[in-house]
Design a protein around this ligand. Sequence first.
Ligand code: HEC
Ligand code: HEC
Ligand code: HEC
Length: 182
Amino acid sequence: MVSTISRLPVLILLLVSMAAWAQTARQWLPLAKDGIHDPRNPALRLLQEPAAALSRLPADGAGNQVNWVHALERGVINPRTNILPETQVMVIDVDIYLNLRGGTPIVRFPHRAHTMWLDCTNCHQQLFASKAGANKLSMEAMLKGEQCGVCHGAVAFPLTECARCHNTPRNQPLPVGAIRGS
Ligand code: HEC
Ligand code: HEC
Ligand code: HEC
């Protein structure tokens, strides 16, 4: 009996309620209380407190409460693109539309927002084959920390931000020439 009931709706409910809980004012734990740094270490005061740095960056209601895509695009931060001079940096502006057969809004995957931060090899070919529609994606796998969930919820905005991925209405035609994935 239990095995016939999908656990996905339960997981999703849990995530949505966590997201509602997170909608409070921006606050960051001081280093001495983050459970990572040793509060008795006298060198701790030499480190910049997260609140001092992150409060100056564009706000977000989730994750570490910074919208990192805005921070980069508005030039608020200007991180180094490479350590070794021979590293090839490549940004591509290609969107792939995913979840075309589902019930929730379509997912527009932006290569640009990703390749501003990442190298092609961070995703291709281990995580995703670079061929539209070639990957069998699933929300359940993501919730288990696979596929998009390798990063989202770990180093990028969390999976509770449904609408940031499910960002394209299903009842309107996709842009001309849109690349369709799965
Ligand atoms: C990091 C991006 C991302 C986030 C955040 C995300 N999803 Fe998804 N979701 C996807 C992708 C990609 C698929 C397509 C998988 C496929 O092709 O079946 C998907 C598929 C689904 C599906 C199955 C197909 C359908 O539409 O019925 C459901 C249900 C779903 N997501 C619900 C959610 C809910 C609810 C949230 C928020 C709690 C959420 N997703 C957050 C990327 C995301
Ligand atoms: C964050 C992960 C990620 C990064 C980084 C990434 N891609 Fe992709 N790429 C994807 C996903 C997801 C798809 C869609 C796969 C699908 O539809 O199943 C895709 C699809 C593609 C496709 C297929 C398009 C088509 O028309 O069939 C190409 C080509 C591609 N990527 C090239 C690149 C290149 C070149 C880079 C680096 C400049 C790059 N990708 C970086 C995730 C990524
Ligand atoms: C290798 C790591 C990685 C993977 C895998 C990954 N992402 Fe991301 N994603 C990022 C980072 C880093 C950002 C930028 C920081 C942020 O927004 O938190 C980002 C941002 C985004 C954005 C926001 C774009 C904007 O303009 O705000 C969307 C949408 C998104 N990802 C969807 C997806 C989907 C859908 C998948 C799976 C098909 C996926 N990502 C897989 C790392 C990843």
